[in-house]
Write a protein that binds this ligand. Structure first.
Ligand code: UDP
Length: 332
């Protein structure tokens, strides 16, 4: 029996990079009980030690399976809220899923929508800033058009799959009593991010700590706005709480807008490394399916004005804390 005032929350992908921080944040409220569904395929955490240090872990339960397997179970308890984060990730990580990304993502989304409609559950869908297709020379505002580039790539499949899920969710909100909001995160970074998906900051840090050259793609002119994972988790919780149903919110820190060459130089300086910067062609590293994204940085006014979201971590702090995490990990 649930005590009065308790909130039952499902987090798909709750043991992923963003998910694990979201779980920690939500468990700080004693009324929250959390159930995680995670297949652990791309999880960066060691589950046993994560659970050991987790405050409030007695209010956490989990199923290690896919979203599809979870919803195929004969009996699922009732959740008040669902945060949907389970997804393939990373510019390199997505490559091996070429051709099946859309089916899996859309399938998961419909399972979630059906469940939410049946149980009166609120949904927060974690989409991506890639839906903009680069926006206006990188500037991405929620009211802008989305741009579909002329070349079909795995990255495009990822972006249009996320967009298809958004459209299905928003239109269901309009034709039913579904209460759902969408988050579009911009370049999430910080402690626990793994190199496996190909993400730039942990790659540069590991290269710098090993005194190896930093692999800057092209000339390093790409523009990104790196956003601390805990600021992202805070934005997600605020979107669930206070966002308008059927609306999308950019969660990204415009103050951290930078070029990749600048990021590489900061990493070298902060780590005190002797590494050089080497300019490389990513297709040589990852094969012909690899595709670079357009520049992207957010207009975050909607989240700031409507949700009271205030990103706290500047770029150097994100780098420093990521360095500390990776250093500690290397000592294990
Ligand atoms: N990048 C790079 N070297 C690397 C990995 C990434 O120069 O070893 C660049 C990449 O081309 C992109 C930026 O860093 O311009 C951010 O890459 P990431 O994969 O982290 O995110 P995304 O491209 O999906 O925004």
């Amino acid at each position: 029996m649930e005590a009065e005032g308790q909130k039952s929350i499902l987090i798909t992908g709750g043991f992923g990079f963003i998910g694990s921080h979201l779980v920690e944040m939500l468990l700080r409220k004693p009324e929250n009980r959390i159930h995680v569904v995670d297949s652990m395929v791309t999880s960066p955490i060691d589950l046993e030690s994560y659970l050991q240090q987790l405050k409030g872990s007695e209010r956490l339960s989990y199923d290690l399976c896919t979203v599809r397997e979870f919803f195929a179970k004969p009996k699922i308890s009732r959740f008040d809220e669902i945060y949907h984060l389970a997804s393939v990730v990373g510019p390199v990580g997505v490559l091996k899923h070429s051709g099946i990304i859309l089916r899996n993502m859309v399938g998961d989304t419909y399972d979630l929508i059906d469940y939410c409609l049946d149980h009166g559950t609120k949904l927060c869908d974690i989409s991506t800033s890639e839906v903009y297709g680069g926006g206006r020379d990188g500037y991405c505002c929620e009211n802008d058009s989305m741009i579909i580039p002329p070349k079909i790539s795995v990255r495009l499949e990822y972006a249009v799959s996320k967009l298809a899920c958004e459209v299905a969710t928003v239109n269901t909100c309009r034709t039913s009593n579904l209460n759902a909001k969408i988050v579009r995160p911009f370049n999430v970074a910080g402690p626990r991010q793994a190199t496996a998906g190909g993400f730039v900051l942990p790659r540069f840090i590991k290269q710098a700590l090993a005194q190896e050259p930093l692999t800057v793609y092209g000339q390093g002119k790409s523009v990104r706005a790196f956003t601390d994972v805990r600021d992202i988790a805070d934005g997600i919780v605020r979107t669930m709480c206070c966002g308008r149903s059927g609306e999308a919110y950019n969660i990204g820190n415009p103050a951290n807008k930078t070029t990749i060459l600048d990021l590489a130089q900061r990493v070298v300086q902060i780590t005190g490394s002797k590494s050089e910067i080497s300019f490389v062609d990513p297709k040589v590293l990852w094969g012909p399916l690899f595709e670079e994204a357009n520049d992207k940085y957010p207009d975050a006014d909607r989240a700031i004005n409507e949700l009271g979201w205030r990103p706290k971590a500047g770029l150097d702090r994100i780098i420093r804390e990521s360095v500390e995490y990776i250093r500690a990990e290397r000592c294990d």
